[in-house]
Write a protein that binds this ligand. Sequence first.
Ligand code: ITT
Length: 193
Amino acid sequence: MGPRVRFASRNPGKLREVREILAAFGWGVDPLPTRFVEPQTDNLRAVVRAKLAVLRDLSGPVLVEDSGLFLPGLGGFPGVYSAYIAEIWGGPKGFRPLLRALEGAPRTAIFRTVAGLTVDGRDHLFVGESRGTVARLPRGSGGFGYDPIFIPEGQRRTFAQMSPEEKNRFSHRGRALRKVGRFLLRPGPADAA
Ligand code: ITT
């Protein structure tokens, strides 16, 4: 059995993607279901550092991540509140209030992931971004969360209309986690650019 990292998250969609992405680096991923009390902050890095602080005493590498959809047309909303907004407006409701709020506003969108890895008591952060636009109506049934309304730059389909491999190629999580994968293979300075 190859090397393994524990991933502390309660989101099964994230777990599936993190597994697929790190498998390409020869790393296995074990779930570590953890309920975090997230600090009230508008900063993904601060959320990730707070998650890592809870886990630092565990042995072996432990991974967390926090993601958000930032809409410049709505002043950056929902951003760090993405999980809460998905809970009340997502799923079968199709994010209708969010789509309505965007009518007449710029539809550009940035999906951002900050991944945090703690190894031997030291924390490392890695950032990944995917730029794109918000679709006028939800499309597709793949992925999770905001995938039916996010179209990455240069594409016509939403993340939810793509295969998992295709989404990972363009996604914020794919970009952040490939940095984690490279770091796990050859630890050096973390790439948190
Ligand atoms: P954790 O246990 O890992 O914290 P979470 O779902 O609470 O899981 P976040 O706070 O990072 O995680 O949630 C951000 C929200 O954005 C949440 O509703 C996700 O479903 C959504 N989201 C995150 N990554 C996404 C992706 O790749 N595609 C679509 N929606 C995504």
